[in-house]
Structure formats: structure tokens, C-alpha cells
Design a protein around this ligand. Structure first.
Ligand code: G6P
Length: 610
């Protein structure tokens, strides 16, 4: 995920402060970096591919002196990692760095090309620099030009802009899930994507909210809405210790990781969805002949990753029409599996070190299957031994119970299903386009779903003393129910069972009694009526129903004690969206009970023994 840094002050240390900040943002992952400094009134830009040492060594030869500048680490979304695609992007006298995704990128690019604009990169951020430049040429000052330019953008972004013609300020803007903050100093100000980046310089910060613009000058900061109405934002004094700093201001790593999900998903899909009509998955080296002759796909995983696998099976069978099995890795070897060289084996593992998953992968490969691992950790055992790897770019996951890696694994499986279907020639170009468009919208819907935090907290308070919970779902909702129950068990030590809702009558219904909370995953239109009839059966026996439904559903409140509404989306994405409030429910109940959310008792992040 990209990182933003900016500096404006009196001493000529823009370059050093920016490089230092970029180093602190390295943890987010990146593939290129760059900075722009105003030196003697002129924009000077240096960009390099690869790690920061490359940028540092380029600057060692020609250091940039200046009191104002912006810098960026880029994780490719639109266009491959290259010097041209690295930020800042310059148009006219303006330099722009940006995080996020501009959804109407193609339309804007065509419009700008039609007006004679020439593009030097494949990025969506370059569009922004041209839009601002156009406004500057109409005589607007930098702030007014940025305000006018962003009216054209749809998407989620954070940007920082400097301009030769307006050399006394940095303008920043934010919309959607990309944080940007300002650190306030004495006669100097700092801009960054997160608070820890600026903590060595100042502990006084201003946080920009959605649809806000900031003008940063040496003597102070003005914040306004996109429409220009002034905002009196209070500064925050940060008193974190180093560990809190790593948590980026969240109380616990797990909370941070829940909130990082829009970014984990967009980083995982971004580099693979740079085109509207095809998926870029050359990295997994699938031979079209092998895919056409596939006899079946075998998924193996443990814990939360197994739940991702259950969703993956539905995706692969529905989209690619290939028979797909999913096994608990610990069971796989003991059923004498029927794999051959015409099978593909997909081990799914956040850590790449889970002993059972490694064992299952080795066993399947020994039978001749080709392995394609889904993993979040480079150089882990699974990635070294697999024939090919699809990396989820969720960033480090510290909380023992998995959250952002689960959602990243689901979108990874979705992309693989689409790639398999394309290679088998069973996806029409229109369907593929629709799927790509929907996947690109997902991070934004996840962002919106995060707004349920306080609502779910209130629901958690109602049920915090329940001794047991039941979670029910059907179709894509079934793995979500399993994951919701697992999260609650792991974090809060409350007994919870996840069931396919159709199985309720075959056993769990005996447990229902006064006040037993039953969470029903009911945001899947194709099975809604069936799932809701289970809700009625629960209530008829005195149970309390918490229903996760699509926004706009007016029926569920007749059958549920509490309703959690997530954005409407295609059903596979609905599974991702429904999982998020269930992560929150587990988190809130656990914090209310005072358990150790990040390191629950007896659990380990990587289970390296069988
Ligand atoms: C442990 C963790 C879970 C994780 C599972 C599989 O049980 O606590 O959060 O889902 O291992 O781990 P993996 O690294 O293979 O995804």
C-alpha cells in the first residue's frame, strides 16, 4: 500500500524529512518511490524503482535542497512498477502524490486525452495532476484548482500537491479509506499517511476526514470541506509508547487489522486488475493446456484460511465450472486423496508455515498435483516449495486471530476462479468486465461496512453475558457463519457454533432456549427466504435473532431482534461484507469481557506443529 509524506518549513531539510518518513512507511509494502522538492523555485523530481536505497543513492549523487516537498512509496495498482509510474506526477507546474483508486479513471483519461493531454504514465494519479493543471491554467490558485479538480473524481483517495507557482503551501485532500494526517510543528508542518511517521518531529496532529481539503503553510493549517466551508478541527496530542505507535493509534492490533481490510483487499486486487477487460495473473504461471485438461482442484487449509477455502470452492465451481474439493489440511492426508498430475492443489495459508498445510501440500505434490499457494508471507516454507504463488498483500497481520488475511484470501480465490474460467474460455468478455468492475468496487463497500463499528458495539453490549451463540448461514453465508463463530470463540472464549442453516433442524435446534443469541447471515438474496425461515423458528423457541442483511431490507426487522445492514453487493462480495460485522462482534464482546484480543490464551499465530 502506498505511503505519503510531505514537509514544509524554514530549514532546507525537506529531502531528509521526506526520506526519513518514507522509511517509516516501508512496512506498508511498496515497489517504487519518489519525491518532489521545490529547489530555488523549481520543481525537482527524483523517482526510482525498487527499495528506498535506490532513491537514496540517486539523491546522494544530486541532493535536493529545499524547504518544501512531497514524497511517496508506491504499490502498483494502475500500471506496473516503473520510474514513469512512480509518484510524484507532474503536469505543468504541479506535482501530485496519491493513494487510493480513482474509479472513473478511464473516462477521465479519455476526456483529458480528447482535450490534448499527453500522459507519461499509466497511473490514475497522473490524471489528478492534469486536472489540477487545467484549473491552474484557467487562473485559479492552487487550493481552488485542487478543489475544482477533485469534483471530477469518483473513488477513494488521499493526495498531496505542491506547485512552483504557489510555493508557500502544500494542499492535501481526502475521500474514502485512505488516511492522511498533518503534524504541527513550530514554523514547520508535516504530512503523512499515518501518525507514527511524524512522531519523531511532533506529537500534535490534525486528522483529515473524508471530503476535506487541507492547505498547509509554515505558519498553520486550514481545513475546509470539498465545498469550501471552513472546519475547526481540534488538534490531538499523541502520547503513544513505541508499541502503541505500531498500532497506529488503534487500541489493539486486531482492531487496526479489521480497519485495514479495504487496503488489504485493494492491494491484493489492484496490481492484478489494471485493465478493465482482463486479469493480470502471469505470476501464477498457469498453462492454458493444463487448465483446460484439469480434472479437479483441491484446496487445503486450516482455521480461518479453511473458511476462505470453503468460499473459494463455491467461487471456483460457480465461475470456472471445475470440480473443487476443500479439505482441512490436517485431515487431507488421512483420506488417501485421489490426486493426479491433472489436478491443481491450492494450499491457503496466511503465514506459509502451518505444519498441517505444509504436510498436505507435500502429500498432494507427491501424488503429482501442481501446487499454487495463496500466502501472505514472502520466503515462507509454503511459498518456497509451491510450484507457484499468489501473494495476498494484506501486510503484516499481528493479531493471532486472522481478519484482514481472510478477506484478502477470499478475493485471491475470486481472481483465481476468474483466471481459470478465462483460460477455459467460458467467461464472456462482458461477464469478465462486470466481475472486474465489481471487484474494484469492493474495497469501498468494505470501507462503508466499517462504519458499523459502534452499531455492532451496542449489539455486543446486549449479548455480552450470553454463554453460547449459534451462527447460521446458507450458500456463501455458511462459511461466513463458521468464521463468525470461530472469531467469537477465539477472542472472547464464548462457546459458539457455526452451522449450515438447513442443518439447524438436525440438531442445534435442541439448544435453542430463552435468549440464546443466533446470528443469521441473511444478506444473500438467493437464499434469503430460507434463511429467514430459520430465524422465525429460532424466535418461536425463545431465541434472540441478530440478522446480517443487505441495506434497504425492510423485512428482516420483523424477524430479528437486531439487524446489521451491510451494503448490497454480488453474493460472493456479500460474504466478505457480512464477515466484517462478525469480526467486530467478536472483538467487542472480547474487549467487554477483558480477554487478550491480540493474543488469546492457548492460540498461536503460526501453528508449526501438527
Ligand atoms: C492459527 C491462527 C488462525 C489461522 C490458522 C491458519 O490457528 O490462529 O488465525 O487461521 O492458524 O494459519 P495460516 O497461517 O496457515 O493461515
Amino acid at each position: 500500500m502506498c505511503g505519503i509524506v510531505g514537509y514544509i518549513g524554514h530549514s532546507e531539510r525537506a529531502q531528509d524529512v521526506i526520506l526519513d518518513g518514507l522509511r517509516r512507511l516501508e512496512y506498508r509494502g511498496y515497489d517504487s518511490a519518489g519525491l518532489a522538492v521545490l529547489q530555488d523555485g523549481k520543481l525537482r523530481v527524483v523517482r526510482t524503482v525498487g527499495k528506498l536505497v535506490n532513491l537514496e543513492s540517486a539523491l546522494r549523487d544530486v541532493p535536493l535542497g529545499g524547504t518544501i516537498g512531497i514524497g511517496h512509496t508506491r504499490w502498483a495498482t494502475h500500471g506496473k512498477p516503473s520510474e514513469q509510474n512512480a509518484h510524484p506526477h507532474v503536469a505543468g507546474t504541479v506535482a501530485v502524490i496519491g493513494n487510493g483508486i480513482i474509479e472513473n479513471f478511464h473516462t477521465l483519461r479519455e476526456e483529458l486525452s480528447g482535450r490534448g493531454c499527453e500522459f507519461k504514465s499509466d497511473t490514475d494519479t497522473e490524471i489528478i495532476s492534469h486536472l489540477i493543471d487545467e484549473q491552474r491554467k484557467q487562473g485559479k490558485g492552487l487550493l481552488a484548482a485542487v478543489r475544482a479538480a477533485i469534483q471530477h473524481l469518483d473513488g477513494s483517495y488521499a493526495i498531496a500537491v505542491i506547485d512552483e507557482e504557489d510555493p508557500e503551501e502544500i494542499v492535501i485532500a481526502k475521500n474514502g479509506g485512505n488516511p492522511i494526517i498533518v503534524g504541527l510543528g513550530e514554523g514547520e508542518q508535516f504530512v503523512a499517511s499515518d501518525i507514527p511517521t511524524i512522531l519523531p518531529y511532533t506529537r500534535t496532529v490534525l486528522i483529515l476526514h473524508d471530503e476535506e481539503i487541507g492547505r498547509i503553510r509554515r505558519e498553520g493549517v486550514e481545513i475546509t470541506t470539498f465545498e469550501g466551508a471552513p472546519i475547526a478541527r481540534e488538534t490531538r496530542h499523541i502520547q503513544w509508547d513505541p508499541v502503541q505507535a505500531e498500532k497506529g493509534g488503534y487500541d489493539r492490533f486486531m482492531q487496526k487489522e479489521i480497519f485495514e481490510q479495504p487496503r488489504a483487499i485493494s492491494d491484493t486486487i489492484g496490481p492484478r486488475l489494471q485493465n478493465e477487460d482482463r486479469i493480470d495473473l502471469d505470476e501464477i504461471e498457469l498453462d492454458p493446456g493444463f487448465v483446460r485438461n484439469l480434472q479437479g482442484i483441491q484446496l487445503v487449509a486450516c482455521g480461518t484460511a479453511w473458511h476462505a477455502g470453503l468460499l473459494g470452492r463455491l467461487l471456483i465451481e460457480r465461475i470456472a465450472r471445475i470440480r473443487c474439493d476443500v479439505d482441512l489440511a490436517s485431515e487431507f492426508r488421512y483420506r488417501d486423496p485421489l490426486l493426479t498430475a491433472e489436478h491443481m492443489l491450492i494450499p491457503i495459508s496466511q503465514s506459509g508455515e502451518t505444519a498441517d498445510t505444509i504436510g498436505a501440500m507435500r502429500h498432494g505434490m507427491a501424488l503429482g498435483a501442481r501446487s499454487l499457494a495463496i500466502c501472505n508471507v514472502h520466503e515462507s516454507t509454503i511459498t518456497r516449495e509451491a510450484n507457484s504463488v499468489f501473494y495476498t498483500h494484506a501486510g503484516p497481520e499481528i493479531g493471532v486471530a486472522s481478519s484482514k488475511c481472510f478477506t484478502a484470501q477470499v478475493v485471491a480465490l475470486h481472481l483465481i476462479a476468474l483466471e481459470l474460467a478465462s483460460l477455459r474460455g467460458i467467461l464472456t468478455p462482458d461477464r469478465l468486465r462486470d466481475e472486474i468492475e465489481a471487484l474494484r468496487r469492493l474495497p469501498r463497500l468494505v470501507e462503508e461496512t466499517l462504519g458499523l463499528w459502534s452499531h455492532v458495539e451496542a449489539i455486543a453490549r446486549k449479548y455480552v453475558n450470553a454463554r453460547d451463540f449459534l451462527f447460521l448461514g446458507r450458500g456463501y453465508g455458511f462459511p461466513v457463519a463458521l468464521e463468525g463463530a470461530l472469531k467469537l470463540k477465539e477472542l472472547s472464549y464464548v462457546h459458539a457454533e457455526g452451522y449450515a442453516s438447513g442443518e439447524m433442524k438436525h440438531g442445534p435446534i435442541a439448544l435453542i432456549d430463552d435468549g440464546l443469541p443466533v446470528v443469521i447471515v441473511a444478506n444473500q438474496p438467493s437464499v434469503y427466504q430460507k434463511v429467514i425461515s430459520n430465524a422465525q423458528e429460532v424466535r418461536a423457541r425463545g431465541g434472540a435473532v441478530i440478522a446480517v442483511v443487505e441495506q434497504g431490507n425492510r423485512d428482516a426487522s420483523n424477524h430479528a431482534d437486531d439487524v446489521i445492514a451491510v451494503p448490497a453487493a454480488p453474493e460472493a462480495h456479500g460474504a466478505v461484507l457480512a464477515t466484517i460485522p462478525l469480526q467486530m462482534l467478536a472483538y467487542h464482546i472480547a474487549t467487554m469481557k477483558g480477554t487478550d484480543v491480540d493474543q488469546p490464551r492457548n492460540l498461536a499465530k503460526s501453528v508449526t506443529v501438527e
